[in-house]
Design a protein around this ligand. Structure first.
Ligand SMILES: *[C@@H]1O[C@H](CO)[C@@H](O)[C@H](O)[C@H]1NC(C)=O
Ligand SMILES: *[C@@H]1O[C@H](CO)[C@@H](O)[C@H](O)[C@H]1NC(C)=O
Ligand SMILES: *[C@@H]1O[C@H](CO)[C@@H](O)[C@H](O)[C@H]1NC(C)=O
Ligand SMILES: *[C@@H]1O[C@H](CO)[C@@H](O)[C@H](O)[C@H]1NC(C)=O
Length: 537
């Protein structure tokens, strides 16, 4: 099977994009308390949410929309967000609680799984039994099914299809409630599964494109089966349809012909999903490549043409806003202060790989005990990551480092294949607040360079606020500035700006990462009292 990486290397030629208005995000003052008033209808501005949430599956159950996305090696994987108005989304859980796909996902044998793990996968609700299902292929090898009776979980591994890869799959429950899975590239296949989704009954090639197409999304709408697919380099979205799930597909019609991203300098929206609202209006939500921030969702209205194929009102252009006859609901805000209250992390958090559960506690604050002795941030377990909010956002942690040991390093990173951080370097004699840069991965996504210290200064306090201000606009500066404060209000820049890598090969965008690792021996710990995320200028 052709590797997606190889293909994208040869095909990726995104058109440069002309301007449309930048999306505006709804601002909220305090976490969990929306300042949005209820209205009879609303306008969705672009991007829908400026966060890295690629390989969209969007579904609706009753009045609520649900969104699932790829997370590669981040754990837990496949986040679920919900919305009632298609604009405001909140994280409610993850379909894959732990990446139980081999020891490299635990980093326990020194191996890592960056860029592997959860790629395009599918989330569906089954009305006949009230169960939610997630299905995805890992590393071109095995397919896994997870299930839950509520999208918030608990999710459990339900089945493993050993040696069967439903690459880039979409799940549908057909008119007889039989699970069908569309998957593959160019030769689009449909597998019929047993009713309990534990085995394959049959599979067949249902359509062959004359070009490379992948990213299947599968629907049953008004008596027709629809399979969407994308030519990724060209960013053209195609659709085929049939009255049978397993044969007779025709079409290859164009849903969206590489329209310009409504976010300036973003790549053309592609590889999306379609959904209707309770009033029967249809939408297509796709993502724009927007590095260094990752792949961000945008929304468009669609109609069904005379032959019942879904299509943008103008296949070549994307609207800058979309009117939706939907009430806005009160959802938790992406901005605000997380004090790590309660005993577990909120569903917006994901670790760099499966965490060492014995090395952290959430108890009105987050305690990170060093989990790995290493010189490389990339080999360290238990780096806790948070998506960056575009276009510019500011993350601030309050860190108490009185329990660090000599050799420990803890702080706030700009985390990706080229990383840097602001943090504490502890030695026998002192603690120094430091900026460390040029941490890089090689093409096998393991450590190329552990980087180097740019600057440091002694700090006599045992607690400090660390900040990263990140500008992730595509085509923009792609820089972050690190700073620190001892009082939480007056911040001092440390080091020169950090330059983010804007290439796409790592797929996932930059994240804020909270880390603590040991270079000498385990035993040290830090307390993270808060994480604050604010939109920047
Ligand atoms: C959808 O609404 C129906 C009717 O009110 C209800 O029985 C069902 O539980 C709802 N489904 C979900 C997943 O909320
Ligand atoms: C990974 O760690 C989890 C516990 O965190 C454990 O249940 C699982 O067996 C480990 N997997 C491998 C392959 O070591
Ligand atoms: C990082 O790499 C750049 C380019 O090679 C170099 O100019 C800079 O000095 C390096 N920074 C550190 C802290 O080593
Ligand atoms: C940015 O990433 C690309 C692709 O992984 C890599 O080839 C390039 O060397 C990186 N740039 C830097 C400055 O490391």
């Amino acid at each position: 099977m052709m590797s997606r990486l190889t293909l994208w290397l040869t095909l990726l030629t995104y058109a440069e994009i002309i301007v449309v208005a930048l999306g505006s995000l709804i601002l909220h003052d305090t976490r969990g308390h929306s300042s949005v008033n209820k209205r009879a209808s609303s306008t969705v501005s672009q991007p829908v949410i400026w966060q890295d949430l690629a390989d969209i599956e969007i579904i609706r159950v009753n009045d609520t929309f649900y969104y699932s996305a790829s997370t590669m090696a981040y754990s837990p994987g496949a986040p679920i967000l919900r919305s009632t108005d298609l604009q405001n989304w909140e994280y409610i859980g993850h379909s894959v609680p732990s990446l139980d796909f081999g020891s490299s996902y635990n980093m326990t044998d020194g191996n890592t799984a960056y860029v592997k793990g959860i790629w395009a996968s599918s989330l569906k609700y089954r009305p006949s039994n009230g169960q939610w299902y997630w299905i995805g292929c890992i590393e071109f090898a095995n397919t896994y099914v997870y299930t839950a009776s509520s999208p918030t979980g608990p999710w459990i591994k339900h089945a493993t299809f050993e040696g069967t890869c439903y690459y880039d799959c979409g799940l549908v429950f057909d008119e007889h409630d039989t699970p069908q899975v569309a998957y593959g590239s160019t030769n689009i296949q449909v597998a019929t599964l047993s009713s309990d989704l534990t085995s394959q009954v049959s599979n067949t090639v249902v359509y062959t494109y004359d070009k490379y197409v992948e990213g299947s999304r599968f629907y049953y709408i008004n008596g027709y089966y629809y399979i969407l697919g994308v030519a990724p380099g060209a960013a053209v979205e195609y659709v085929i349809k049939s009255s049978s799930p397993t044969e007779g597909y025709t079409g290859g019609n164009i849903v969206a012909n590489a329209p310009s991203c409504p976010v300036s300098n973003g790549g053309a929206p592609h590889q999306g999903g379609i959904v209707d609202d309770p009033q029967g209006n249809w939408y297509y939500m796709a993502f724009c490549d927007a590095y260094p921030g990752g792949r961000i969702p945008v929304l468009a209205s669609i109609t069904f043409d005379d032959d019942d194929f879904p299509v943008l009102s103008d296949v070549n252009s994307w609207p800058s806003t979309v009117e939706v006859p939907l009430d806005q609901d009160v959802l938790s805000s992406p901005t605000g202060t997380d004090k790590f209250s309660g005993a577990s992390l909120g569903p917006q958090w994901e670790w760099n790989h499966n965490p060492d559960e014995t090395a952290f506690d959430v108890n009105d604050g987050l305690t990170l005990r060093a989990a790995t002795v290493t010189d490389s941030l990339y080999q360290a377990r238990n780096t806790l990551t948070h998506r960056i909010l575009g276009p510019v956002s500011v993350a601030t942690i309050e860190i108490d480092f009185s329990d660090l040991q000599s050799g420990d390093r803890a702080g706030l990173a700009m985390f990706r294949d080229v990383s840097g951080w602001i943090g504490i370097i502890k030695t026998d004699k002192s603690a120094q607040i430091s900026v460390w840069k040029n941490i890089t991965m090689n093409s096998a996504w393991t450590t190329n360079s552990i980087g180097a210290l740019e600057t440091s200064k002694d700090i006599s306090e045992t607690s400090v606020f660390l900040r990263a201000s990140a500008d992730i606009r595509p085509g923009g500066d792609a820089t972050a500035q690190f700073s620190y404060s001892t009082d939480g209000s007056s911040f001092t820049d440390l080091g020169t700006t950090f330059a983010m890598n804007t290439t796409w090969e790592f797929f996932m965008g930059y994240r804020f990462g909270i880390f603590n690792f040991a270079t000498e021996s385990l035993g040290g710990s830090v307390n993270i009292n808060s994480f604050d995320l604010a939109l920047g200028a």
